[in-house]
Design a protein. Structure first.
Length: 434
């Protein structure tokens, strides 16, 4: 069975049309057999009676000319029946059985029909000139008179009817599947954290109600997302101003350098937490999608890591451009590089290549890694582990930010065990984003 709803619905409708047509043709053939057999038997018996009357009425000298006239004008031949004749019977079918019965009823029980005699094909009908006559004759009619063929125009109309029925079946199937396919695409857009265009609210009542409910859900989600971003943006703005004042006051009024540095470090940590909240809230919202040169972006990130004293061996193949938000992609990759350096024991490696029309970017470290049963949980916001892979100072948003940005670009984030020990963060993005 095909996998798509369109193909399955069309296949079922086409099967229904073909079975209905086949049943109709079978019924037609069954119902047509008896009147067709009577018609052919009437023609054959009329020819036999005509020959009988002509032979009885014509003078013996004129009978050969009469035979030639029958053959020339009507395609009828007349031969005497011989005991040694090699007779080929008609096919065994209901139509030919009905034809035999009709001829026996009209010409007598001694009447026989054959498809060929002595290798000569035709519609052979035996008869006697008189009921008491021992000599029999073969009346040879054109073979097509004993054939039951469906006329060409009937076949043409039948083929046209099937074609029109299949076209209507395809139209029905497409009208059913089109709104469902559009809804599936919109649902995938919502799953990537984006707002899809409203679905058309037309068609059947059930589809119209479903589209209306989906549009309402999508607009509610978009409104909640906007409200959350505005709340977090307001919190950030309101907190950063007093934090800046606190930092200036600490640096200017606290004489003890150790205490001053501790207060400044706490304020910087609070600012970092606020920045992570903002990164998670905005993701790539407000950033236009443009062609992104991943080669240049990755090279810039590697140079930046090396500039701040973080050696980062890189194996970068030539990557195609994708349509995306460059700042968001750069933020996601920077988060992974920072996490790898922070928790990976100071050993970070970057690899990038194109595999099967997908861009694969891997960031590996030599840290403790993440247990396989904790991978999906660690992608959720505000989630931290209790081992050396995390600490109490984090917000638990780093991997959630990365996963959200990558999903918004139609990709996936995989957290795997590094073959050499540690964590392998693999980003897979299709060359043509969804």
């Amino acid at each position: 069975m095909p996998r798509t709803l369109l193909a399955r619905t069309f296949l079922l409708l086409a099967l229904l049309v073909l079975l209905t047509t086949a049943g109709w043709l079978s019924l037609f053939r069954y119902m047509d057999a008896e009147p067709r057999a009577r018609e052919i038997a009437q023609l054959a018996s009329s020819a036999v009676n005509l020959i009988r009357g002509s032979l009885f009425a014509a003078a013996p000298k004129k009978r050969p000319g009469l035979f030639r006239e029958f053959m020339t004008r009507e395609g009828i031949r007349l031969l005497p029946a011989e005991p040694e004749d090699q007779i080929e019977d008609m096919p065994e079918s209901r139509f030919h059985r009905l034809l035999q019965a009709e001829l026996e009823k009209r010409l007598g029980r001694d009447t026989r029909i054959a498809a060929a005699v002595d290798g000569v094909p035709g519609f052979w009908v035996s008869f006697r000139l008189d009921d008491g006559d021992d000599e029999a004759y073969w009346l040879i009619l054109p073979s097509e008179r004993a054939q039951r063929n469906v006329t060409n125009h009937l076949l043409s109309w039948g083929a046209l009817a099937i074609t029109l029925a299949l076209a209507v079946a395809w139209l029905i199937a497409s009208r059913i599947s089109r709104p469902l396919k559009a809804m599936a695409q919109s649902a995938a857009t919502v799953g990537r954290g984006q707002t899809p265009p409203p679905l058309p609210t037309d068609g059947a009542d059930e589809l119209r109600e479903l589209a209306t409910a989906f549009n309402t859900m999508a607009s509610d989600l978009a409104r909640h997302e906007k409200d959350r971003s505005e709340v977090l943006a307001g919190i950030s703005h309101d907190l950063r101003t007093p934090l800046t004042r606190l930092r200036l006051e600490a640096e200017m009024s606290m004489p003890d350098p150790a205490a001053r540095d501790a207060v400044v470090a706490d304020i910087e940590q609070m600012e970092a937490v606020i920045s992570q909240f903002m990164d998670y809230a905005r993701a790539d919202q407000g950033e236009n999608r443009v062609p992104v040169d991943l080669n240049a972006l990755l090279a810039t990130l590697v140079d930046r890591q090396r500039a701040i004293g973080r050696p980062c061996p890189a194996e970068l193949a030539l990557l195609p451009e994708i349509l995306g938000a460059p700042k968001s992609i750069g933020r996601a990759l920077s988060n992974l590089l920072d996490n790898a350096w922070k928790y990976g024991g100071g050993m970070t490696a970057l690899r990038a290549a194109t595999v099967n029309d997908q861009i694969c970017i891997e960031i590996a470290d030599a840290g403790p890694g993440i247990p396989a049963d904790q991978v999906e949980r660690m992608k959720r916001p505000f989630t931290r582990m209790t081992d050396a892979r995390t600490d109490a100072n984090g917000t638990g948003l780093g991997l959630a930010i990365v996963d959200r940005i990558i999903r918004q670009h139609g990709g996936q984030l995989h957290l795997l065990a590094n073959p050499g020990g540690g964590l392998l963060a693999r980003i897979v993005i299709p060359v043509t984003p969804q």
